[in-house]
Design a binder for this molecule. Sequence first.
Ligand code: AQP
Length: 335
Amino acid sequence: MGEEEKKILFSAVQPSGAVTIGNYIGAIRNFVKLQEEYDCFYAVADLHAITVRQEPAVLRKNTLALAALFLACGIDPEKCVVFIQSHVPAHCELTWVLNTVTYPGELSRMTQFKDKSAKHAENVNMGLMDYPVLMASDILLYQAALVPVGADQKQHLEITRDLAVRFNNRYGQTFTVPEPYIPKGSGAKIMSLADPSKKMSKSDDNPNAFVTMSDDKDTIIRKFKRAITDSGNEVRFSEDKPGVSNLIAIYGAFTGKTVSETEKEFEGRGYGDFKLAVGEAVADALAPVQAEQARLLKDKEYLNSVLKRGAESAFRAARRTLSKVYRKVGFYSGE
Ligand code: AQP
């Protein structure tokens, strides 16, 4: 009795490849921090992943690996609801209804749609365009007040808010209008190691552009050694040094050091030393996570039980919102 009700939080990651340290810094590590304060729903977004062509066997493998990674990073399934998006049909059901209050123009304007359409010109499908409506459904189904995401997803959060307000205005108060939780400073958008003007993405064709959460130490160090840096040799965070600034942000995320602490540590030591130190810091931080993920992946029975329990809890919460939506739009319930 008397315990204050916690606010609800939702977020998800697509199993569209091996998860990168960008996904971790921008999103997953905040999932862990926020689990004490909020009632959290964390999903493996497999429905989103197929908006780009996936190899079915690889998608299945990546899905379980991502669920295990959530737990290995410290998401506690006793505190949070961890589930696979396609296990809860309400995500697709609400998407259909929200599609009827969404305009094609607002979807075709989305940066991610434009980028991915250009990149996958042979497969510009309706799902790719409708991605933000499915994402709005994910969030609104759980009445989430907060959504931790990287800066690249800000535009999709805005459309989610627009759709919630539009639906509420048309049919009466139904959805909580969510706020984004975007990490402050440079961690909100980790850039590609091969081209610091582009964000780091797990589906980048160049494997040297990203470091995955499962790369081994040698690979990590090699990738950082090859990372594109800027002219000069001074380790300093500034707009005209996007490559080095990105490495400073990554180093800070894994060591807890501030920008000025890092600049001081590497004063007069040059890029070579710094890149090696970043690689070592990242590899050392990832080693225990990788070991725990591997242990979990061997215990499929446990993982399946967590995901089954998660899907059941998510289903119950989602069903409440979906029933309300169906009533509001005038669907006959048969009761
Ligand atoms: N480079 C990044 N820096 C900070 N945050 C990032 N995120 C993604 N890339 C970065 C955040 O990670 C969360 C999960 O992302 P997602 O898998 O749902 O989709 P995405 O944003 O499209 O991520 P990717 O890695 O670029 O995947 P692909 O290549 O498949 O499209 C989100 O909160 C995102 O902001």
